[in-house]
Write a new protein. Structure first.
Lengths: 64, 164
């Protein structure tokens, strides 16, 4: 396991605290790790690559 | 022509490379007010003067439970939600967007989604930029824009001939 040290905007931190206090995550670390996992899954390089290559194909041969 | 809707990404990224005119030819091109506000926050000088077909319109109401659930599942921001919802309300088909998550969400609703790189390459097809100019614009993205594309992928794109 690695230790990360980050600066977080106040508004986002307040939402994180409320999220944990309302019982949606065991603690803030658990919530942040889950958020990071979801972000990385949704921004997988292979997905971005497919999207960019589709863009190029459309740019060259699309019918808009 | 069917309605096209833009998210903030292409507006911001094209403005960063002085390429907002590459949005021409979509008739009409609709921009939800929230999206325009986001673009303007990032690029205060951003202007749609060069894009005659562009219109900033009010955000649509989002009350369809399926849409709401989908937007939450993909963790979309207010602008992304407004753009996809507007496209659906206006029975449009094409969404201009650069982020992976809203692209996936829109595609799952049957929309076609294209981004800044496609818009730049499209300029060759439409004859508004030469191939050399498009290659130059694409090559300048890492330095001039906040669009994050891997260097290796950008090199592959630049290596593609126009007949590809």
């Amino acid at each position: 396991m690695k230790t990360l040290s980050i600066e977080c905007p106040d508004e986002l931190h307040e939402r994180l605290v409320a999220f944990v206090e309302n019982g949606w995550a065991g603690d803030s670390q658990q919530a942040i790790i889950e958020a990071l996992r979801r972000f990385l899954d949704a921004h997988a390089p292979e997905l971005t690559e497919v999207q960019v290559l589709r863009d190029v194909e459309w740019g060259l041969h699309g019918n808009d | 022509m069917a309605v096209t809707v833009s998210d903030a990404g292409p507006l911001i990224h094209l403005d960063e490379i002085d390429g907002l005119d590459l949005l021409e030819g979509f008739s009409p091109l609709l921009i939800p007010a929230t999206v325009w506000g986001e673009a303007h926050r990032h690029r205060p000088s951003c202007s749609l003067a060069l894009v005659a077909e562009a219109q900033v319109v009010a955000d649509p109401a989002i009350d369809d439970p399926v849409q709401l659930a989908l937007f939450k599942a993909f963790d979309l921001d207010a602008g992304e939600r407004a753009a996809i919802a507007l496209l659906q309300v206006r029975s449009g088909r094409l969404l201009l967007c650069d982020d992976s998550a809203p692209r996936l969400a829109a595609e799952s609703l049957g929309c076609v989604v294209r981004g800044t790189i496609g818009l730049i390459v499209r300029a060759v097809r439409r004859g508004t930029r030469s191939l050399a100019e498009v290659r130059q614009l694409l090559g300048s993205l890492p330095e001039r824009s906040t669009l994050h594309v891997s260097g290796a992928l950008l090199q592959r794109v630049l290596a593609q001939p126009p007949e590809a």
